[in-house]
Each structure stands twice: as C-alpha cells, then as structure tokens.
Design a binder for this molecule. Structure first.
Ligand SMILES: Cc1cc2nc3c(=O)[nH]c(=O)nc-3n(C[C@H](O)[C@H](O)[C@H](O)COP(=O)(O)OP(=O)(O)OC[C@H]3O[C@@H](n4cnc5c(N)ncnc54)[C@H](O)[C@@H]3O)c2cc1C
Length: 472
C-alpha cells in the first residue's frame, strides 16, 4: 500500500481523512484526498479490471468532494453523501471569512499566488481562487454539479447521514449471499443511510471502499453549561468597527492557536486580509528568509514528535523565539515602523488574548508573525503590555445583568460577561491558581480548536504528515 494510503487506513479498504492532524487547510485537504485516491487506485487497478468496485465517500466538504470526483474521474462507481442539504456546508454558511489557498505558505516564494494550483500541474478536480468562504462554496458546488452531469456514475446524495459502517463490517473473504459484493478477498462495508432529521433508516448499501471525510469534529467554542461563542465558520461581526456594537466593547479571545490569532488580526485591522497586511508591512526578503528557516526547523521537529507535551512545547517555544528575533529586527527598520504607525489604529481595541504557556500554539506563519509584530510594536511604542495574557487559561464565562447566556452567541454579543481565568504555567500541565479578579468583556471569542467526536478506532493516533503544496 502506498505511504499516503497507509497513513489514512483504519481497516481493510477503509480510510479516514479527518482526525487530529494540524495544520490543515482547505487546500491541504484537497491535496491529501486527491493523492490518497490516485495512489489507492494505482495499486487497485488490476482488481478493478475484474470487479466493478463501489466507492463510498462520507462528507461533501473540500476533502470528500475531491475524493469522490477523483474516484469518479478514474471511472469508479462512486457515492458521495452528506448529512447537510448542500455541499461545502461549513464554508457556505460563513459570509465573513476570506479563504486563500496559498497565503499560509508565507514566506515560501509562491505565498501570494492565491490560486490552486498555481503551477502547470495536472488539473486537480477542484481548482479555485481566493475568495469569501460562502462564494467559494457556491463556485465549488457548481463544479461538483457539472461533474455529476458529465459522470452519471458519480452519485451525490445530500441530506443523508451515513451511520458508521463499523457496525456493519463484514470480514474480508466472507461470502455474503444476496448482497452484490460477495467476492472473496474484498471487503463489503454495509452502511446504513439515515434521515438526519427524523433518524429514520433509508436502507443499507454495500461498498468495497469507504473514505470517511467527515471533517475535524465539533469546534470547541463552548464553556459547558454556560456560554457558547461564535464558531470559526459562523458569520460574525468581529471585523466591523467596534465589532458591530454601539459602544466600544471589551474583547477577550481565548486560545493561542490559529483561530485566535486570525480573529485578533480581523478585529484590529477590521477584516484586512493577511496578504494585505504582509504587503503593508514590507518585510524584507532577508528577514523572510530567516523565518522560512525557523518554520522549516519547527516543521521537521513537529512531524516526528509525539503530540502535546514537553517536546511540542520545546518546538513551539523555539519557533516563537525565532519569530521574535525577526520581529525585533523588523521593528528597527524605519520603513516598517512607519507602516506600523500608520496602520495600527490609534484607538487600539480593548482586547485581551489569553492562552496557556508562554508561547502561542499551532498557527500559520503569517498569523503568528503579524500578531507578534503588533504586540511588540504596542509594547515598545505605545506602552501597551496588557494585550497578551500568556500562561493563563479560561475557566468560565458568566453573563452579567439582564441577559442570560443560552449558548446562543447572538444573544451574548455585546452583553456584559465576567470571564474567569486561571493560571496555566505550561501548555500540557494542569491549571494553576485562579486569577483574583475576573475580566469583563462584551465580546468573548473562544478558539480552542476542533474536538473530534470519533469512535476510538477511527481516532487512532496517526503519524503527523507533511503534505506537498500541490498534488504529486
Ligand atoms: C478553527 C478552524 C479554523 C480553520 N481555519 C482555516 C482557514 O483559515 N483556512 C483554511 O483553508 N482552512 C481552515 N480550517 C480548515 C478547514 O476548515 C478544513 O480543512 C476543511 O473545511 C476540512 O474539510 P473537510 O472536507 O475535511 O471537512 P468539512 O468541511 O468539515 O466537511 C465534512 C462534511 O462531512 C459531513 N458529515 C459529517 N459526518 C457525516 C455523516 N455521518 N454522514 C454524512 N455526512 C457527514 C458534514 O456535514 C460536512 O459537510 C480551519 C479549521 C478549523 C476547525
């Protein structure tokens, strides 16, 4: 089996492309599944000549649609299901996020191409150009509809929940009379299709190959029993002046990963995109080169590491130190300082970013660099050292005054909250003592990443992987 197929293989001809793999963008998910399916069928080609394999792909997001279209383009009878009534449901609902396939590759040379693919490689099934999330979702869905029209063997069933085929697994080589797949040596995964609303069964179907592309699990933006903030892919008002509120709010962002850093930048620069900010601050090539080396160094360590804990801490801490070296060198340059003076708002938002440990977590390089640059500028030239609250962790959020938090972020947006914080000396260890005074905030953003809700056998630890920029 090819290495990429092996890395995603959880049972015979059963693959899972979600799970705890980070960082992973929409573009990465597309590269991952295109390569997985191509390599898989390269090896299966001899079988295919004798047996018409049936493929099931669960989840019509970036990963699932790419997998299904690739399999169908190779001639396989493919069924794609999604519990939502439209494909790309995550991005389709979000009117306020800009998505770019290359900006997070900064400082690699191609970071500002904005196109996938940007080189003349064999066309992937879903080429795209940077855009707002909802608009991109619609244009990708049109590509899927066109593919269906051209390839009738690509069956797309929306509004259908696929029940974990695990329960219906028939061991390899077991003949299954009456079912279409009883060839010895091939698995037949009997899968139940269910109405996602009524939970009524719509019957069972058998497939030889299953690819689970059900996403990365539920986003962790909830404080149990109390408060739910806007999810990352929800439409929000954070990029509007004063977050769309009639008076200047106090803002708390909890989290030190990419979601937190991205929203910090969206609030401070009123939605200006990362590529715009990078251009504005004109970071010289020599400094970018230093960062590229630091990112490469960290990435090589990270991908052979075991997970959260002291060893990840070491990598993230060193990475942040390298970014800070570049930030300090950048801030010495008059042209950069002038650009910062010009673009960092005079009335800087009343914002705090709280996160455990002394370093930020997993984040894309431009976001990490830009946030550190802004924080360094604020500390040095505006005497503001109160924005970053490192070594702290959110403990609870409580609504104050007439409103009640019903886990509805629209109700809570702009209302008073008390945010209780505890010390968090390390990124992996237990909480420390509570801070004596709670913070007050009218906007609380929780960016604690996705929490996969998967059966244990699907969430088996898999090696961390480095994906190529483009499918190879
Ligand atoms: C906090 C956060 C921030 C991110 N920021 C960015 C960013 O700035 N830029 C970027 O490019 N990427 C970003 N990503 C990554 C991006 O969201 C994902 O890479 C991409 O959406 C994953 O695509 P996917 O197809 O794997 O999953 P999804 O897009 O989640 O699609 C999974 C689909 O599976 C369906 N499904 C689930 N279970 C079933 C079932 N049992 N039966 C049928 N259907 C099912 C769901 O309805 C859904 O449509 C971010 C992710 C997170 C969590």
């Amino acid at each position: 089996m090819s290495p990429i197929a092996k890395a995603h293989n959880v049972a015979p001809l059963f693959f899972h492309v979600g799970g705890r793999i980070s960082p992973i963008s929409i573009r990465d998910q597309m590269v991952r599944t295109q390569m997985l399916v191509e390599r898989l069928f390269e090896r299966l080609a001899p079988v295919n000549r004798e047996v018409p394999l049936k493929v099931l792909v669960v989840g019509a997001g970036a990963a699932g649609v790419t997998a299904a279209m690739t399999a169908a383009q190779l001639g396989y009878s493919t069924t794609l299901v999604d519990k939502e009534s439209q494909a790309f449901s995550l991005q389709r609902r979000c009117l306020t996020r800009w998505i770019d396939p290359t900006v997070y590759d900064w400082p690699a040379a191609h970071w500002d191409e904005g196109d996938f693919p940007w080189l003349n490689v064999p066309a992937p099934p879903l080429p795209w150009t940077h855009d707002w999330a909802h608009q991109l979702a619609v244009s990708l869905a049109i590509r899927l509809a066109n593919a269906q029209a051209l390839m009738p063997w690509l069956d797309v069933q929306l509004g259908v929940l696929a029940r974990t085929p695990q329960l219906f697994w028939y061991p390899m080589a077991m003949p299954m009379p009456g079912l279409p797949f009883d060839w010895p040596g091939l698995p037949a995964w009997r899968t139940e299709f269910v109405d996602p609303v009524t939970q009524q069964s719509r019957g069972h179907e058998c497939f030889n190959i299953v690819i689970i592309a059900a996403g990365f699990g539920r986003e962790n933006c909830i404080v149990p029993q109390e408060y739910r903030g806007f999810a990352f892919w929800e439409t929000d008002e954070f990029a509007l002046p004063d977050c769309g509120l009639p008076r200047e709010p106090e803002i708390v962002i909890s989290g030190g990963g990419d979601g937190a850093l991205q929203d910090f930048l969206r609030i401070v620069f009123r939605g200006a995109r990362a590529d715009t900010l990078i251009r504005r601050f004109r970071i010289p090539f020599a400094l970018q080169h230093m960062l590229r080396e630091a990112e490469d160094f960290a990435s090589r360590g990270y991908h052979w590491n075991t997970g959260r804990g002291p060893s990840d801490h070491q990598i993230l801490h060193s990475l942040e130190q390298s970014h800070l070296n570049v930030v300090n060198a950048a801030i010495e340059r008059p042209a950069i300082r002038k650009a910062l003076e010009k673009h960092i708002p005079d009335r800087f938002p009343k914002i705090k970013i709280i996160h455990s440990c002394k370093h930020f977590g997993q984040a894309y390089p431009p976001n990490r660099f830009l946030v550190l640059l802004i924080l360094a500028y604020l500390a040095r030239f505006r005497n503001r050292n109160d924005v970053r609250m490192n070594n702290s962790r959110l403990a609870s959020v409580q609504g104050v005054g007439p409103h009640h938090c019903h886990q509805n972020p629209h109700d809570c947006h702009g209302e008073d909250h008390e945010v209780h914080v505890v010390q968090a000396p390390s990124c992996w260890g237990p909480n420390g003592a509570p801070l004596t005074e709670p913070l007050t905030a009218q906007v609380v953003i929780i960016r604690h990443g996705p929490r996969a809700a998967l059966p244990p056998w699907l969430s088996l630890p898999k090696p961390r992987q480095v994906l190529p920029y483009l499918p190879v």
